[in-house]
Write a protein that binds this ligand. Structure first.
Ligand code: NDP
Ligand code: DXP
Ligand code: MN
Length: 405
């Protein structure tokens, strides 16, 4: 078995007549940085239309100096002066604010990485869809909040949506679309997060530092906390339903602590197809970045002898109520997934800020699902209304819990 670990090698460029034009929405984040890393290893294969960040001007500046995009945008307008000073005279056009991020997505890049975190990614991603781009979709919250709208627009504008989330990339690679009637179930694997084996007391007293420490993946803070509550898997059930047009009742979650099998699809004849790899986001990003071809990627190769044991467990819905809440929101439909997502975003941030306890996160989401009138969420305005109502209610809940935390 190969143990090649060519992590720092500059790999052979993807053979192509023209460099592929690329925009990275959220280039300063974890997925964004991995995308930049891959692009830098394939000199001449890509040219950068636009890069966007929010607060990390230092990194955005560094990326812009290296990749020479036509446009660089900071979502936070308060950082514009800093960006302007740092990139003065480089020839890169500069802009700031949420509208400018959406405008960046409208620029004519063939391929767009959607790696903004949270519902803030919805409008820019939709803008890229509406001009028929090829989109590498990391931002799962987009599909959670507006899955039906999004998939409808993908079809209408002949856009291409390529999953980047590791589980959905795995499913994408083994899902026989031309024989979709033979698909029986989707099996989403879950690591179980840092609290997979601990008891209630440990979870009750969990600190942000403990919760953010994912056992296998290096990721941004928000998704790391989602993995710890297993809300990440709940969001991924919703994401899978939209991407693969599969009812929630046929999407299973299977805890697999090693994160080697990234997900599976079972077929009516008893076959189960899986995609495997080391836990390195550069592999699913590479799948989308080179699609429909494949490209070299420096992620560590799987060494089965070293892995030695792959284990599986049923998820624990009692210790991880987020799984049940996500399924409940999906079955309720309309704006319920929007409420689930918005309440979760507020609660996760409050936990990271030390204002509420770890177990408060799911409790706040549950309470918001019960209290907020979610509406139909059939268009962007209705999605925004449900999102705002849920955020307002979640903030109230945070205040009352923060007082006793
Ligand atoms: N990290 C991972 O390995 C994986 C991530 N995903 C999904 O990908 C998405 C990104 O995750 P990750 O890279 O971890 O997140 P990070 O927090 O690391 O990065 C988020 C990016 O979004 C930018 N950003 C933050 N807020 C806003 C805003 N309001 N408007 C515009 N841009 C904003 C950040 O800018 P700045 O940093 O400059 O403030 C940064 O570029 C999430 O939806 C996540 O669920 C899915 C699978 C794996
Ligand atoms: C890398 C990726 O796709 C994450 O969503 C990861 O899967 C999180 O791990 P959990 O399985 O712990 O949610
Ligand atoms: Mn995932």
């Amino acid at each position: 078995m190969s143990t090649r670990t060519a992590r720092d090698a500059v790999l052979k460029p993807v053979p192509s007549a023209e460099p592929r034009s690329v925009t990275i929405l959220g280039s300063t984040g974890s997925v964004g940085r991995n995308t930049v890393d891959l692009i830098r290893r394939h000199p001449g294969a890509y040219r950068i239309e636009a890069l966007t960040g929010s607060d990390n001007v230092a990194l955005l500046t560094e990326q812009a100096r290296l990749l020479k995009p036509k446009l660089a945008v900071v979502a936070n307008p308060a950082r514009y002066a800093e960006l302007k000073e740092a990139l003065a005279g480089t020839g890169t056009e500069l802009a700031a604010g949420a509208e400018a991020v959406t405008e960046a997505a409208q620029r004519p890049a063939e391929w767009v990485m959607a790696s903004i975190v949270g519902a803030a990614g919805l409008k820019p991603t939709l803008a890229a869809v509406r001009r028929g781009a090829v989109i590498g979709l990391a931002n799962k919250e987009t599909l959670v909040c507006a899955g039906a709208l999004m998939m409808g627009e993908v079809k209408r504008h002949k856009a291409t949506l390529l999953p980047v989330d590791s589980e959905h990339s795995a499913i994408f690679q083994v899902f026989e679309t031309e024989r979709r009637e033979a698909v029986d179930r989707i099996i989403l694997t879950a690591s179980g997060g840092p609290f997979r084996t601990v008891g209630h007391e440990v979870m009750k007293n969990a600190t942000p530092a403990q919760a953010v420490k994912h056992p296998n993946w290096s990721m941004g803070a928000k998704i790391s906390i989602d993995s710890a509550t297993m809300m990440n898997k709940g969001l991924e059930i919703i994401e899978a339903q939209h991407l693969f047009n599969m009812p929630e009742s046929r999407i299973d979650v299977l805890v697999h602590p090693q994160s080697v099998i990234h997900s599976m699809v079972s077929y009516v004849d008893g076959s189960v197809l899986a995609q495997l790899g080391t836990p390195d986001m550069r592999t699913p990003i590479a799948v989308a970045l080179a699609w429909p071809k494949r490209m070299g990627c420096p992620s560590e190769r799987l060494d089965f002898a070293k892995v030695s044991t792959l284990t599986f467990e049923a998820p624990d819905d009692i210790r991880f109520p987020a799984l049940r809440l996500a399924r409940q929101a999906l079955r309720t439909g309309g704006g319920a997934p929007v409420v689930l997502n918005a309440a979760n975003e507020i609660a996760v941030q409050a936990f990271l800020d030390g204002r509420i306890a770890f177990l408060d996160i799911a409790a706040i989401v549950e309470s918001c699902l019960a209290r907020v009138n979610a509406g139909a969420a059939a268009d962007l305005e209705e999605v925004a209304a449900a999102d705002q109502s849920a955020r307002a209610e979640a903030r109230r809940q945070v205040e009352s819990r923060a007082a006793v935390h």
